[in-house]
Structure formats: C-alpha cells, structure tokens
Design a protein around this ligand. Structure first.
Ligand code: GLU
Length: 486
C-alpha cells in the first residue's frame, strides 16, 4: 500500500517533469510574435506608397508613417523593412499571409469593417473623412448632394465602407471604387474635372492640397476617426502591446506631435485657403523666378528652396510689392540693405533675389558660432526680419530664463517679450515687435517644407509647373540640412 502510493507519488513527479518539459518545448516551438520578430532581427512593415505615408526621395526613405515606424523599430533594436501594397485589399491580404509583414502602418482608419482583417493599435492621429469637390462647381453640403455625381474612392478604403453604409439610406447613391489609384490620383482627378467628387481623410488632403489649387473641401462626412497601426488578428498580442507602449511614449514625450507638425503643421499655418493659394502661386508665379532663385542659391551656397520660401513670405513672389515702411521688391529689401548688397533696382526680380541671397548669407555669418544647424538657419531668418541687435537681446533674456540661447525653440518663446515694457526696458536695443520674427520663421519653414516635397529629383532643373504634373515624386532636403530635429 505504502509502496504503491510512493510509486504513485514518483510517477506523478515524473509526469509533472514531463509536463514542464512539454510546456517548455512548446514555448521553444512556438515563440510569440514579438520573439519571432526579435529572433529575425527585422521588423517587416507593409504600407502604401504615397506622400502621407511612405515615399523615396534622393536621400532614401521618408514619410510620416515611415518616420514613426522607423523610431519604433529603432526602439526595439530591429532593422526596418518596408513593403508596399498596390491597394488596400492587397495590404490586408499581405498582413494576414503566413510569413508576411507583421505590421501595417499605412494611414489606416480603424473602421468596423476591418476588424476581421486587422487588430488595431492605439490611435496616433485623428482625421476627418472629407468630401472633396472642384472649385467653381456647386459646393455639396450634405449627403443628399452626393446623388447624381461621379464619385470615385479607393477600393477597400474606409471611405468605400462609409459610402456602402450611406447607400443603405440613400439607395440611389452611385459611386465607384478603384484599386488602381492612390489618393493623389483621386485629388488630381477632381482638380482636373475627371470626376466630380471623392472622399479622403483630412491628413491626406493636408499633405496634398498644396499640389492641387482647384481642390476644395465640400463637407465632413461623419465624425472624426482614428488612424492606427495594425497587426493580423491571427497573431498574439505581444507585438501589439509593444506598439501600444511605443505610441503611448510618443504621445507623452512629444515626438509624435513634432512629427505631426512637420508633416501637417503647414495647414495650421496656411489654413486651407492659404494652402490652395500657395498651390496656385506655385504653378503660376514661381516658374517665372525659379531660375533666379537657383542661380542666386548656387552663387551663395544656400538652398534655392529656402530663398524661394523667403520670397513667398516677403511678397508672394510679386516683384513690384511695396510696403508702407519703404521695403520693396520680391525679397522686400530696405533701401539700405539693397545698396549694401549692390542692388541698384529693387523692383528687378533677379536683382532682388540676388540681394536677398547675399543678405541672408551675410546675416548668418554674423551669428555666434555656438548656434548650430538647423537652428542657425532659423536664427538667420529671424535676424533678417528683426535685426541682429534685437535677436541678441532675446537670446540674453532666454539665457536668463535658464533656457538655451542657441536653440530656436527656446528663443522663439522669449522673442515676443521684446514688445513688453517690463522686458524690453532691461534690454540693450529696447522695444521690438518680437512676435513678428516668430511668424516669419514659422511661415518660411512651412513654405520651405512644401517646396522640398514638390521638388522632384528626377526633374531637377525643370520648372515646377511641369513637375506638378508628375506627382507624387517628391524630394526632401539634404540630411542635416535645415531639418527641424524631432
Ligand atoms: N485612410 C484611408 C483608409 O483607411 C485611406 C487613405 C484615404 O483615402 O484617405 O482607408
């Protein structure tokens, strides 16, 4: 009896050892998604090739989704490998394929219809679905106005899903879906009148509005929605948990906000009206002066797009612009500056641009060595706008506050104080409209960003008006060149 029960105990022990071994063995055979990815050392991500997500420029890969997911891969110590899908159906099919990419980062709305094909992360961007029409046509203002219109949306998109739902209420609603186009094509088709309406997300419009001057928002179709990353529903939660932790960190440490500002901030600065006005001027005005900007840039070793951005801020690229304060011409030079830079006729656009180029280089050279790029460029612009003395005052106040006088982010916070007696009375050069250089620099940075998007490497040397026909070939700045640090 005793022996028998001892045997039973021993047998039970053995069974549990075998059990543990089996469990351990089971773990080794079936690692979690995260363990699998870590063992491979590569994060395979599927996305769409479009301006708002991922594209190549002459410096390599870039785009909002790319930059965000690259940080995620870096945090995990993984190599990032991007794959692109031709359309949204293909994207979800790839995500769900065994041995396919493990993460989709493609400006995806977390919609109800997608729950079968995707498990979504925490949101990283809020967007609004917008009905887009062509300027000059009657503006639709509500869903009923969609009836009888030629409407095209991306196949498999959240918008196709929305229209299908709307059709249940409005059976006469007709629309088409295409798997052969991207958002840029939809917007171009509206811009050129090939279709009447499309439906895109507000972030996509923000990124693309500057190319299409006839494109307008008719109305928002429904409430704001969330963009999120996705994993396949067949995977466990291990990678998803990491994604969520990363997104939470990016929200908290401000890196997500900085990325949003860089890609979408121009809309806050320009507003939609400003964005399409800019698009119009890009096509109609810039081509007349692009050659001068390029020549002056080359002669003075600056980026021509920065000069062009300054010219837009100063005069909207109008050579006969004149202000009450006596500044004139495309680059709005004062008489003194013009004379110092050898400009005899300020209203001559070529001369004005050359003068402006020489002057910004001169101003930049006067800055203390301690200010490094990219901040150096922003300080040079501020100095160009408000004068070196006032800028120096603001830097001193910045330092007194315990902030960094060599960082534009810090100095721009303090500059507006130059307009308040309490502060300017303590400075050497006294009162100045300190808020102005802050706007000046902010606007120029936006124009500069946009110009770098729309300038295409393969079309270098040709006119922008032409290059606008070939979207989305997009070029961004050189590495380390005036890139706002994230
Ligand atoms: N965000 C859209 C979606 O999730 C795709 C891009 C767009 O059409 O704006 O389907």
């Amino acid at each position: 009896m005793f022996a028998h029960s001892a045997f039973r105990v021993r047998r039970a022990c053995w069974l549990s050892v075998i059990g543990i071994l089996l469990v351990l063995g089971g773990c080794a055979e079936e690692p979690s998604t995260l363990e699998r990815v870590q063992a491979e050392g590569v994060l395979r991500v599927i996305t769409r090739n479009s301006p708002a997500t991922y594209f190549q420029d002459r410096n390599g890969e870039t785009g909002f989704e790319y930059e965000l997911v690259k940080r995620f891969a870096d945090d995990l110590g993984l190599e990032l490998k991007i794959e692109t899908a031709d359309n949204l159906d293909e994207l979800f099919a790839s995500l769900n394929k065994p041995n396919g990419p493990v993460l989709a980062a493609a400006g995806l709305v977390e919609s109800d219809g997608r729950q079968q094909h995707a498990r979504f992360s925490l949101p990283y961007l809020e967007v609004t679905p917008q009905v887009i029409y062509r300027n000059g046509q009657q503006r639709p203002t509500r869903p009923d106005d969609l009836l009888g219109k030629r409407i095209l949306v991306l196949k498999g998109s959240s918008h196709a899903e929305q229209l299908a739902a709307l059709k249940l209420q409005l059976p006469e609603l007709a629309y088409e879906e295409s798997a052969a186009v991207e958002v840029v094509d939809l917007l171009r088709m509206v811009d050129e009148g090939q279709i009447d309406l499309t439906l895109v997300d507000s972030n996509e419009l923000a990124m693309n509005q500057v190319y299409f001057s006839n494109v307008r928002v008719a109305f928002d179709l429904g409430d704001a929605q969330n963009l999120a990353w996705a994993t396949a529903p067949g995977e466990d939660r291990s990678l998803l948990d990491e994604m969520n932790a990363f997104i939470e960190r990016a929200h908290k440490n401000g890196s997500l906000q900085r990325l949003k500002d860089r890609y979408y901030g121009h809309v806050d600065v320009l507003g939609y009206v400003g964005a399409y006005t800019f698009a119009k001027h890009l096509q109609q005005r810039l081509p007349r002066y692009e050659k001068y900007f390029r020549e002056a840039a080359q002669a003075n070793q600056v980026d021509w797009r920065l000069l062009a951005a300054m010219g837009y801020q100063e005069s909207l690229w109008q050579p006969t612009a004149t202000s009450k304060t006596g500044v004139r011409g495309l680059m709005m030079l004062t008489l003194r500056t013009a004379q110092a830079m050898g400009v005899s006729d300020r209203l001559n656009p070529k001369q004005s641009i050359e003068g402006g180029a020489k002057y910004i280089v001169y101003v930049k050279d006067q800055l203390p060595e301690s200010i490094q790029e990219p901040d150096r460029t922003w300080f040079a612009l501020a100095s160009y706008n408000i004068g070196g003395g006032h800028l120096e005052d603001a830097r001193k106040l910045t330092e007194a506050e315990g902030l960094d006088p060599n960082k534009w982010l810090d100095v721009q916070k303090i500059l507006p104080r130059l307009a308040q007696k309490q502060w300017y009375s303590k400075t050497r050069y006294g009162y100045a409209r300190g808020g102005e250089p802050v706007h000046f620099v902010r606007n120029i940075r936006r124009y500069y960003d946009i110009l770098t998007w729309v300038t295409q490497p393969q079309l270098e040397g040709s006119q922008l008006a032409e290059s606008n026909q070939h979207l989305p070939g997009i070029d961004k700045r050189q590495p380390n060149e005036q890139t706002p640090p994230l």
